[in-house]
Structures are given as structure tokens and as C-alpha cells.
Design a protein around this ligand. Structure first.
Ligand SMILES: C[S@@+](CC[C@H](N)C(=O)[O-])C[C@H]1O[C@@H](n2cnc3c(N)ncnc32)[C@H](O)[C@@H]1O
Length: 163
């Protein structure tokens, strides 16, 4: 069974389903954002960190990839060793509700609405003004007035917010 199959089962058992964003989509999602040099890109619920790995390989930024599933974090480190992104990413095995977000410039989410809602008090407390939130799949309803772009796609839409 593949790492992805095992991870799917493991994450689901922990109440945190693992559904990766399609690789081809990663660049399309990222190209809508103007990244500033040395900015910090944080993927909350990073899976195999494909968005973060793609981001730091294509833009002059740093990444932090956070997932509760240690197997996925381990696998994402291996993948990043091979694709050359390792030195620019901080990999963290942790609940996203317990990670410090005060230094984030860009946040990427592909999470169910229930978990997004739980993040809101933390976002309100920790995120800097100007932080960009990219939410693939589901809107961040709390930030409706801060929506700067919505891109419809064949599968899920992507929502872009500036705080
Ligand atoms: C839908 S997948 C998205 C993976 C990746 N961001 C992508 O777009 O390919 C959601 C991920 O969030 C992780 N996750 C769910 N709840 C979490 C939590 N409370 N803390 C950290 N990670 C969590 C799961 O393990 C899973 O890898």
C-alpha cells in the first residue's frame, strides 16, 4: 500500500481526512498571488506539503508546512530532499490550532469548513494586517468582506483574502 493510502487511513482515523490538491493545480493556485521576497508561506494541514514545496521552488519565499499526521510530515520531508525545497521549509508535526502564526505572510488551507471556523479566533489574534489567506475548496465566511478574488475551477474554487 502506498504512503498516500496509509496516510488516508491514518488521517481519517484521527478525524482529519487527507485529500491532496492535484499537483497541476498547485502552480495555478499560486500564480494568482504576488509573493514578496523572503515572505513566509504557511500551509495548514500540509499533507505531503506539495503546495509549500511548489511555492518555495517557484518564488523567493520560505515555507512552513504543518500537519497532525506525522507520517505525512515524514514523507513530505523525504520528497523535499529530492526536489530541492528542504532548506527553505520548516516542517512541523502539530495540531494547526496550536501553531504560532504571527510571522505568516501567506496562509494556505484546503480544509473542511468546521476546521476553518475553529481557526478564526486564532487568525484574528495572531495574523498580521495584510496577510493573504488562500482557501482552496471552501470559503472563510468570517472574512467575506476581505475577499479579493475567487477563482472557479473544474473541481473546487479557490478563495483569496487579504486581512
Ligand atoms: C485535504 S488535506 C490537504 C493537504 C494539502 N494541504 C493539499 O492541499 O494537498 C487536509 C490535511 O489536513 C491535515 N489536518 C487535518 N486536521 C488537522 C489538524 N487539526 N492539525 C493539523 N493538520 C490537520 C490532514 O492530516 C490532511 O493532511
Amino acid at each position: 500500500m502506498s504512503v498516500y493510502g496509509i496516510s488516508l487511513i491514518y488521517s481519517s482515523l484521527m478525524g482529519a481526512p487527507y485529500v491532496p490538491t492535484k499537483n497541476k493545480l498547485a502552480l495555478e493556485i499560486l500564480k494568482e498571488v504576488k509573493f514578496k521576497k523572503n515572505g513566509l508561506f504557511v500551509e495548514l494541514g500540509s499533507g505531503d506539503a506539495r503546495i509549500t514545496r511548489t511555492a518555495v521552488k517557484n518564488y523567493p519565499i520560505y515555507g512552513m508546512a504543518v500537519d497532525i499526521n506525522g507520517l505525512l510530515v515524514f514523507w513530505s520531508k523525504i520528497l523535499s530532499r529530492f526536489d530541492g525545497s528542504y532548506s527553505r521549509i520548516n516542517f512541523v508535526t502539530k495540531n494547526i490550532l496550536a501553531v504560532n502564526l504571527t510571522k505568516a505572510d501567506y496562509i494556505y488551507l484546503f480544509l473542511f469548513p468546521e476546521l476553518i471556523n475553529k481557526l478564526i479566533p486564532k487568525f484574528n489574534k495572531e495574523l498580521k494586517k495584510g496577510t493573504i489567506i488562500i482557501s482552496h475548496g471552501f470559503p472563510v465566511l468570517e472574512y467575506k468582506s476581505k475577499l479579493i478574488k475567487k477563482v472557479e475551477r473544474a473541481t473546487f474554487p479557490t478563495y483569496y483574502y487579504r486581512l
